[in-house]
Design a protein around this ligand. Sequence first.
Ligand SMILES: Nc1ncnc2c1ncn2[C@@H]1O[C@H](COP(=O)(O)OP(=O)(O)OP(=O)(O)O)[C@@H](O)[C@H]1O
Length: 308
Amino acid sequence: MIEIKNLVKMYGQFKALDDLTLTVKEGQVYGFLGPNGAGKSTTILSTLGLIRPQKGVVSLFGEEVLRDGKFNEGQLVKAKARIGYMPEHATLWDFLTPLQTLDILGESFGIPKNERLKRARELLEMLNLWEVRDRKIGKFSKGMRQRVLLAQALINDPELLILDEPMTGLDPKGIAEFKDIIREQSKAGKTVFFSSHILAHVEEVCDTVGVIVRGKLRVEDSIDNIKREFLKRAGYLILLETDRPVEFKDVDWEIERVSPTKYKIKAPEDVRAQINEIVWSQGAKILQLMVRVPSLEEIFLKMVEEEG
Ligand SMILES: Nc1ncnc2c1ncn2[C@@H]1O[C@H](COP(=O)(O)OP(=O)(O)OP(=O)(O)O)[C@@H](O)[C@H]1O
């Protein structure tokens, strides 16, 4: 659905995108994760032809829309008709109601009156906004505003949804609701590509995560694989306490003896079963055996630090 190859975007002398390559496949829910200023919005704006990167190729739905600073306007217009986009800093007309907003937007897409009202109703019902359809948006909470923005992005029944930081500023309930909506969209057959600087936003809902740091895509995989890979690199930290000293022979783990019967063991995998055997084979007993698995947030922060 989206294929970006070796994209370079300079703002003056500053390289915001540094040879960025990423692929979003049909049916995926893709979380585009990176710290503030990493280049997420720049990537999205480039993909939609809203800013002009100097180098690289962007293809949408299998057709090239940009190559080395030149847009293929015809293909871009065609592709954009199939995309719903929710910008990071979108403004809404505060003096309009959700129904009026969708009606105006639907008209701009050339959707006939009856059809666009039907579509607006479906969307407002789905996004829990039907009750407030005739209230002015100016009075809405952040969560409600985000849902109006999403309704806007969905008015043309797009195949591909591109959402820039859709969950930023939402409370935990709002985030959970937004994740449900994304899941529903995915079930309805849409491909979803959304950015966030918070790992918890992409957890549970994305099948693929791409991590961008300083304009480069550092990793693109499932959350589980990213976690497993990182654990392999970082190693498992296992804390062991025995009732008497034990010896570790023929193992290549890093072992720190904290006291005569307490050990900190760093191994590339979870070796608790082997530890158990070693301790028992020496007639000792395990008093405590703990493995410390870093949280996803720790993994993400570490990755950003290491690669940054
Ligand atoms: N118009 C611009 N002129 C100059 N520098 C820019 C411009 N837009 C963005 N930048 C810089 O490019 C880098 C990437 O910005 P971008 O907005 O793409 O990051 P982001 O990952 O979306 O972060 P955030 O979530 O904070 O918006 C940042 O260092 C930013 O300051």
